[in-house]
Design a protein around this ligand. Sequence first.
Ligand code: R5P
Length: 294
Amino acid sequence: MSPEIICYPGNERLGGQLGAALSCAIIDLESRHFPDGEFYFRVSGDVRGKSIVIACTLDRPNEKALGVYLLASTLRDLGASKIVLVAPYLAYMRQDRVFHSGEGVSARYFARFLSGALDALVTVDPHLHRIGALSDVYAIPTRVVHAAPAISRWIKSNVSLPFVIGPDSESAQWVSEIARDVDCPFVVLEKLRRGDRDIEVSLPAGTDVGGRQPILVDDIISTGRTMAEAAKHLLEVQSRTPICVGVHAVFAGDAHQQLLTAGASRVVTCDTIEHSTNEIDLTPWLAPAVAALL
Ligand code: R5P
């Protein structure tokens, strides 16, 4: 039986792109809130015995995660044989250990919650830092799509003489891969984070971007402080305005504007979260990862 796709409200573009790439039908979903704010979902058609893909990226996750849980449980009761969540942005990956006494590890709790409702998960570059692999916390099969090849392709077609820069040691993994694909130099900045919005970065001594175009690449742009501080620092020490490339356009508050004000000449993101800066389409990489799980 052919798999079908259901778009969580607000994820019609993601579901539509996947449906076209995988030649899957889209199932209609009636959704609304009861007057007290609780969810109401009604699935059209017959899902018995079918593999169903839920398309729902998980930025601003607190409400959506519960909605996905209820929708997946509904599909299960309606007889779906397999339920796969495609969440190009996977939330709750950054509280991946106890940093201060009294805290918990929300990455683990969130993984347990989703694993209880789904059969498989596909995502893009989850923030794996102190957790080595999704399988360390998710009890269901997962597939991780890497955005680096798509970012490399974008750089090759849009920037001549690039110099790739990672804002912190965590970015070294994808920045080095992108620089190798693009065949250009790269460097990783030293970052000191004192709080959510209090960050200091510096270019390692002796770095000279010369006449090249600096491109800052990070996985998540949330408050934008990391990218903004890096952009300001580059302007100060190298007199070059960088292009900022992010995988996940979280953009909390006015982060996008702050980044432009800090000196970014252009801000470009992958389409894991819908935003006006989305220029890099990951569907060609996402679709085969989903197909492998169906
Ligand atoms: C950090 O570990 C990540 O790779 C990003 O650098 C970070 O999440 C960016 O956050 P913000 O935009 O809030 O500085």
